[in-house]
Design a binder for this molecule. Structure first.
Ligand SMILES: Nc1nc2c(c(=O)[nH]1)N[C@H]1C(S)=C(S)[C@@H](COP(=O)(O)O)O[C@H]1N2
Ligand SMILES: [Mo]
Length: 496
């Protein structure tokens, strides 16, 4: 039974490792525990240890964690023999330590708990498969044979998980290295104009750092593409089909801009939105070179992983500087954000424009294709909707009654924000002050000072765009083409 516990434990570890690699989570739970140990152990102990072990410090640490785990696994097997619940408690503690190490890291989200949880599931399944044959009153030859088959099965799953996990990890590492070696001479560093950044704690920063930028993609394992191997075909209703390599692309003239990207699935007040400094090549120039036929009204973009989106031709050929982006916030696109090349079109939701890992652009007509999300309850065309959000206070906050500064962001990419107003408890709309913006393609921060008496309150916000449209209070769901309605928050004001 000790063997069963050990084998099941290793299967669980292998699955958690595979899950970490497949989900592009840098640390598997074992590594996270190792790093947590380094953090928790006082320097007085760790430094002499590092000194003693030299370069072997990390492997020794990971090996120690692994040996301790092995002992725990054997114990779970022995415990399972007496009573399953004992084994479960024991493994619960082990997984709990792993989870604690993973979840206390900076920027951990519930998503990061998946490898530990999947590992737990694999462990329970393996231990059940291995112990069932042994749980007969007497050890029979069939029981032993069943155990042997169980061992082979669990062993095969373990080996497969490790092999696939390694392949994924090494592909990603290789591409990450290529990415870091890239020198994109035309890319400049983002500079946030002081006027774009108001000083009110809690208001979303004008620039969203890459590692905080929301991520949406259908791929479970994201494409890993060497820049040298990347090709883009531009074809369809054109006079001269083009095929571009990465070198061809980055030799061309660049355009750079602050552009706010948001997801159609962002609900009112949600955070599936970010603002970055993008650098790349104007799509309009490439399409002009290809010579677009007058009957075309769309481009069908396809990514390496087969995802597709349809974008109005007008939006990628007008003066809004839709681009094939190669850099985000001054560095080569992060792998998860579409490395080496993705499309960015100001003023359209991501699902109809912002193709990551783009490899194919067909100039065509909307009546000739159906893109990935079209028909699955989402619209064929989807310009961004005028919207605004309250960042401070946040719902449930308590503030001191009197003059209260409230703030947030508002956006109407490619149209621009004219004004923002707030209303307390359904009262009159009061104007907010707006920060500066480099163009109409970004969100804008707003702040207002309002008089708040003691008690419970409801604050709402609405924006007006530069075309004079006032943001509607009619609440609509995100499907099929973006949510509408005013963002409202509850807060309490107390006398000081
Ligand atoms: N290849 C690919 N590109 C894609 C998607 C996808 O699922 N696959 N999702 C789109 C959607 S719905 C959005 S909102 C944006 C999100 O871009 P980000 O993950 O860089 O924030 O990418 C778009 N591009
Ligand atoms: Mo999206």
């Amino acid at each position: 039974m000790g063997v069963a516990g050990l084998v099941a434990g290793i299967a669980g570890l292998a699955v958690s490792y595979l899950a970490s690699m497949a989900l592009a989570i840098r640390e598997s739970p074992v590594v996270a525990v190792g790093e947590a140990v380094i953090q928790l152990v006082p320097g007085a102990v760790i430094e002499p240890a590092i000194d003693l072990l030299g370069h072997y410090d990390k492997p020794v640490l990971v090996a120690t964690v692994v040996v301790l785990l092995g002992v725990a696994f054997v114990l779970t097997g022995l415990a399972a023999r007496v009573a399953w619940w004992r084994a479960l408690v024991l493994i619960g503690v082990v997984v709990g330590i792993g989870l604690a190490a993973v979840m206390t890291r900076n920027g951990a989200t519930p998503y990061h708990s998946l490898p530990s949880l999947l590992g737990l599931v694999a462990w329970i399944g393996s231990l059940a498969a291995l112990t069932r044959p042994l749980q007969q009153p007497e050890r029979t030859p069939t029981g032993r044979r069943g155990f042997l088959f169980g061992l082979i099965g669990v062993g095969a799953v373990t080996a497969a998980a490790v092999v696939v996990g390694n392949l994924l990890a090494s592909a990603r590492k290789r591409i990450e290295r290529s990415r870091q070696l890239l020198k994109l001479t035309q890319v400049t560093e983002p500079e946030v104009d002081g006027a774009s950044q108001l000083h009110l704690d809690g208001v979303t920063a004008f620039q969203t750092p890459n590692d905080e930028f929301y991520l949406i993609h259908t791929a479970i394992v994201v494409p890993t593409i060497e820049p040298d191997e990347w090709r883009l075909r531009i074809h369809g209703l054109v006079d001269n089909p083009l095929e571009l390599s990465y070198a061809d692309l980055v030799e061309r003239e660049f355009t750079e801009a602050w552009i706010t990207l948001n997801c159609v699935s962002n609900s009112v007040g949600g955070d599936l939105i970010g603002n970055a400094w993008w650098s790349g090549v104007r799509l309009a120039d490439l399409l002009a070179e290809a010579g677009v036929s007058p009957e075309a009204d769309a481009i069908l973009q396809t990514s390496e992983d087969g995802w597709t989106c349809g974008t109005p031709l007008a939006a990628v050929t007008d003066d809004r500087n839709a681009m094939l982006a190669v850099a985000m916030n001054g560095e080569p696109l992060p792998i998860d954000h579409g490395f080496p090349v993705r499309t960015i079109v100001p003023g359209l939701y991501g699902f109809v424009s912002a193709c990551k890992w783009v490899v194919d652009i067909e100039v065509t007509r909307f009546d000739r294709f159906e893109a990935y999300w079209t028909g699955k309850g989402w619209s064929e065309q989807a310009p961004v909707k005028l919207s605004s959000r309250i960042d401070v206070p946040s719902s449930g906050d308590s503030v001191t009654a009197g003059t209260v500064r409230v703030g947030g962001v508002a956006w109407a990419q490619h149209t621009g924000i004219q004004s923002v107003e707030v209303a307390l408890d359904g009262g009159r709309w009061q104007p907010a002050a707006l920060a500066g913006v480099p163009s109409d393609d970004t969100w804008v921060q707003w702040v207002a000072a309002i008089e708040v008496p003691p008690g419970d309150h409801l604050l709402r916000v609405r924006a007006t765009d530069k075309a004079g449209t006032v943001q509607t209070g009619v609440q609509r769901d995100v499907a099929p083409d973006g949510a509408t309605g005013w963002h409202e928050i509850d807060f309490t004001a107390t006398e000081d």
